[in-house]
Design a protein. Structure first.
Length: 382
């Protein structure tokens, strides 16, 4: 039986949205236990969060630098760290733990710039440490099944893709007191983009992991619709893939009536595949003869490689938390294989630092396109 790993968390204290979700997802399979953390820059919040989550007081640290230095020296030190802080600190925290020889899981976007993201890719390779970026949606069984169906040629050559991710939670002008809105709308903490960095990169990564296509060039319009905002809250992007196929993305956080509406439609020569995150258990498959098939997670026709990520029988929704847990489960399996000196690359099925780099390239190309009057921008090689 493989040993239970230990992990630490940077960020995720009281008032956090994503930190508790990561902790619950990791706990689903019992393969890793939270042993250390610096959960908040506020001393009381940090202490209370650690106590509530059962962390030894001696391993509740005042900051990530202290945690990396201390855990590096412990014989029972953490195996990996989970970074769930605002965007501005991702690079520094990830770099510190990599340099300490500790594997990393980081929320997206990976960094503030493409160059920072590239440096983390290089450092992770040099240190031979596993690095996961938590683009959650590729953890869905249905998303893995779509990739398999495309690879088997079930819709033929892809012609065009339409993808959208509308939310409505930032539609109001006054978001005073909303901690999540405050840092996301602040360029000093969020970086060059709000909406495209926050949810647009999920479109980019989900489409890539479904289809295997990479963006060759794009044209973006980034809007600040709510008065007084300095970062985009509604954006549209036209893309051209390396295969010659085209795509259109829409990401919005001012779309009243939408909660978490990620939707991807992939149109090929012989059919199309449609997936809607809020009904993430099913795939709509349209054939060229006009017939339609609704495929559900748990169905007999789900490929074995995708079905391996099923947790409960069909008809019982698994959802977002299960998708995140799937990523952690695969990450930890690869960790054990690597630790045992076994080949793990073929079984690696989670977004890594290079996915994070691609996300940063996407953001910076969109910002450049906007600055050029919404002109075409060719993405640079990774």
């Amino acid at each position: 039986m493989s040993r239970i790993l230990s992990y630490g968390m940077a960020g995720g204290g009281r008032g956090s949205l994503i930190g508790p979700a990561h902790r619950r997802a990791i706990a689903m399979d019992g393969k890793a236990v939270l042993r250390a953390g610096c959960f908040s820059r506020q001393e009381e919040n940090n202490r209370q969060t650690g106590e509530e989550w059962g962390v030894d007081p001696d391993r509740i640290y005042k900051d990530y630098m202290e945690m990396a230095a201390a855990e590096k020296e412990r014989t029972d030190g953490i195996d990996f760290v989970v970074i769930v802080t605002p965007n501005v600190s991702h690079y520094a925290i990830a770099r510190t733990f990599l340099e300490a020889g500790i594997a990393v899981v980081c929320d997206k976007p990976l960094a503030m710039t493409t160059e920072e993201a590239r440096q983390l890719c290089v450092l992770a390779e040099q240190k031979q440490l596993l690095f996961m970026v938590t683009y959650v949606y590729s953890g869905y069984t249905a998303v893995k099944q779509i990739r398999s169906m495309i690879e088997r040629g079930m819709i033929g050559r892809i012609r065009t893709i339409a993808a959208e991710y509308p939310q409505g939670w930032l539609a109001k002008e006054d978001m005073t007191g909303n901690k999540q809105a405050a840092w996301r709308l602040d360029p000093e903490q969020a970086g060059q983009s709000n909406t495209l960095a926050d949810i647009g990169t999920h479109i980019e990564n989900t489409v890539h992991r479904m289809t295997g296509l990479s963006i060759r060039r794009l044209m973006a319009r980034m809007e600040c619709i709510v008065p007084g905002r300095r970062l985009d809250d509604n954006s549209a992007v036209w893309v051209e893939y390396d295969s010659g196929a085209s795509g259109a993305y829409w990401a919005s956080q001012i779309a009243i009536g939408h909660d978490n509406g990620l939707r991807v439609r992939i149109y090929g020569e012989k059919g199309s595949l449609h997936w809607f995150q809020e009904e993430g258990e099913k795939i709509l498959y349209y054939k060229e003869d006009g017939s339609r098939m609704e495929i559900h997670r748990g169905d007999a026709m789900i490929d074995a490689d995708a079905a391996a990520y099923d947790r409960i029988p069909s008809g019982h929704s698994e959802g977002w938390l299960g998708a995140l847990a799937n990523h952690y489960c695969n990450y930890i399996e690869c960790f054990h294989a690597k630790e045992a000196g076994e080949a793990y690359e073929a079984g690696k099925n989670f977004p890594d630092a290079y996915d994070g780099l691609a996300g940063m390239q996407f953001i910076e190309a969109c910002v450049e396109s906007q600055a050029k009057g919404n002109g075409w921008v060719v993405l640079k090689e990774a």
